[in-house]
Design a protein around this ligand. Structure first.
Ligand code: F6R
Length: 540
């Protein structure tokens, strides 16, 4: 099987149209086998245009369509006869009597199938067959089965095909459950075959087709016995890779994910936050370009700290020199692919929701404990943005009236009590107040207090550390209980450096929160941000 990978759907459609046009030019009275579905629409548009421009002549061409729903009338706008008239036959100079679609109204499907098969043979067989591919590997309506029918036959549609085709109908219940379709041998008898595949929903099946041996569970693999098949697909169907960029204060992490959300390549570079914003972004864009040259990436997603103005597409961040920085526009100067942007905490939440701890639930809340507290709300596997794109500022939820003042102008914000910075302040204060404690000794020995200090003293059995930690977990639990009360997510995921403490933090927290909503530590850790950023491009 020859494979042609195109940049996008338009290119795929043009390539296929050129091949069909050559066939018609070489043999003006050729027999074409045609498919319906969304994939060949662009091909038919191109053929209609070429016909309009006088580049190809359909007057001698005969066509046979692969299949038709059963039962269905040709006037029904969901019938394949209607589809073909709309998308091709009414737009070109073809003799409509030479166009054939199985009769979806026949009272004797068996006789109709035999008649159809004979007509193809009587015309001398199909010169060039166009095929689409179902997500389950079907070609025509030859669904995965232990036994594949060779000739034209009446068949039942699998649930996966009914689900996939429901998009064309008012409701799933309206999708016919049966169809008349050419068989595998009818298809394989064609002299040449063009198989089209477009978009990420076809990635999995294209992989199966290319990697697996011939088997009836993926009927398209039967095409491997044919000597002249060309698969024309776009990048998304062939590789479906996306580049995720996670901009941080010290480093920028980059990763390419495949259609199964696996990171297939990872890289990182120092942010150089002392440089101007444009220089930082130009550097990132250059590394992105190098990666794009090596992987079939179809979109780029960027996670950035700070506030994003989604109307102006600019970013302002306090820990980076971004002041209304048009990051996406700057990157577009170098990268000629779609680029999407979102807040880094949102990206991490999306990554975790799709490929990490949240994979089995629809709604998830991610709490990132760091210098502040970041929140990512995932509803139905999508980032909840709020009206202005800045939802989830959970660190500024008030947990103590008239409490500690916060840089946001309010008092008693959660992050003043439960962020890692807050824990460090609490640790320092306790060590100063109790100079004879084990905690104070640990602080003295390490010369520095960080998020790990409290755990070190706790392990050594320090009662002061125990008290500080207990109080910290209380603060953390208050916020998480509030989140659960408001959102009732399927899961709450804790992320950020402190989550490395694992069960030392999780067990007491779960006990204090005392809820049926599961609380887990991020499984993907730093990779969540990369995967989530990459998914911004994929899930558009
Ligand atoms: C249509 C047909 C089907 C489609 C396949 C892909 O005549 O025989 O096998 O080619 O279901 O459909 P789309 O292109 O809509 O993804």
């Amino acid at each position: 099987m020859r494979v042609i990978v195109c940049n996008d759907y338009d290119e795929m459609s043009k390539r296929a149209a050129k091949l069909v046009a050559s066939q018609i030019t070489l043999k003006p009275d050729c027999v074409l086998g045609l498919a319906t579905g969304s994939t060949p629409i662009g091909l038919y548009e191109n053929l209609a245009e070429m016909n309009r421009l006088g580049e190809i002549d359909f007057s001698g061409v005969t066509t046979f369509n692969l299949d038709e729903y059963y039962p269905i009338s040709p006037e029904n706008d969901q019938s394949y006869r209607y589809f073909m008239n709309e998308h091709l036959f009414n737009k070109v100079n073809i003799d409509i009597n030479r166009t054939h679609v199985p009769d979806g109204q026949t009272e004797d499907p068996e006789a109709e199938c035999a008649r159809y098969e004979k007509m193809i043979n009587d015309c001398g067989g199909i010169d060039l067959q166009i095929l689409g591919i179902g997500q389950n590997g079907h070609i025509g309506f030859n669904e995965p089965d232990n036994n594949l029918n060779t000739v034209t036959h009446l068949t039942g549609l699998t649930q996966s095909t009914i689900d996939a085709n429901a998009r064309f109908f008012k409701s799933k219940e309206d999708v016919p459950t049966r169809a008349l379709t050419m068989g595998i041998a009818s298809i394989l008898k064609s002299r040449k075959i063009i198989l089209l595949a477009s978009g990420r929903t076809k990635y999995k099946v294209v992989r199966e087709l290319l990697n697996e041996g011939i088997n009836t569970s993926v009927p398209a693999t039967m095409l491997k016995v044919h000597p002249d098949v060309v698969l024309i697909c776009d990048k998304e169907a062939y590789a479906s890779m996306y580049l995720g960029v996670d901009i941080g204060g010290t480093s920028v992490k980059l990763g390419v994910i495949d259609g199964f959300n696996n990171i297939v390549y990872k890289d990182s570079l120092p942010t150089h936050k002392d440089k101007p914003a444009k220089a930082i972004i130009d550097n990132v864009a250059k590394v992105c370009s190098d990666i794009i040259a090596r992987f079939p990436v179809s979109a780029v997603g960027v996670g950035t700290p700070g506030i994003i103005d989604f109307e102006k597409n600019t970013v302002s961040a306090t820990n980076l020199p971004f002041d209304n920085a048009p990051i996406v526009d700057w990157m577009k100067e170098t990268i000629k692919l779609p680029i999407y942007i979102n807040n880094d905490a949102n990206c991490a939440a999306l990554g975790e929701a799709v490929a990490g701890e949240g994979a089995d639930v629809r709604d998830m809340f991610m709490v990132t404990l760091g210098t502040g507290i970041g929140g990512g709300i995932i509803i139905d596997k999508k980032i909840y943005m709020g009206a202005k794109g800045d939802a989830g500022e959970i660190g500024h939820m008030c947990i103590e009236a008239n409490g500690i003042p916060c840089s946001c102008g309010s008092r008693g914000c959660w992050e003043k009590y439960a962020s890692v910075s807050a824990l460090i302040e609490q640790t320092e204060a306790a060590a100063q107040k109790e100079p004879d404690s084990i905690l104070a000794k640990v602080v003295e020995k390490n010369c520095v207090v960080d998020g790990k200090t409290i755990f070190e003293a706790k392990i050594q059995g320090c009662p002061v550390a125990e008290r500080v930690f207990d109080q910290y977990i209380d603060y953390l639990a208050i916020g998480i209980r509030n989140i659960i009360n408001i959102f009732r997510p399927g899961i709450v995921v804790i992320a950020g450096g402190i989550s490395e403490a694992g069960n030392m933090i999780l067990e007491p927290l779960v006990k204090k929160v005392n809820s049926s909503v599961p609380i887990r530590i991020s499984r993907l850790q730093n990779d969540a941000g990369i995967i989530g950023a990459a998914l911004l491009g994929r899930d558009k």
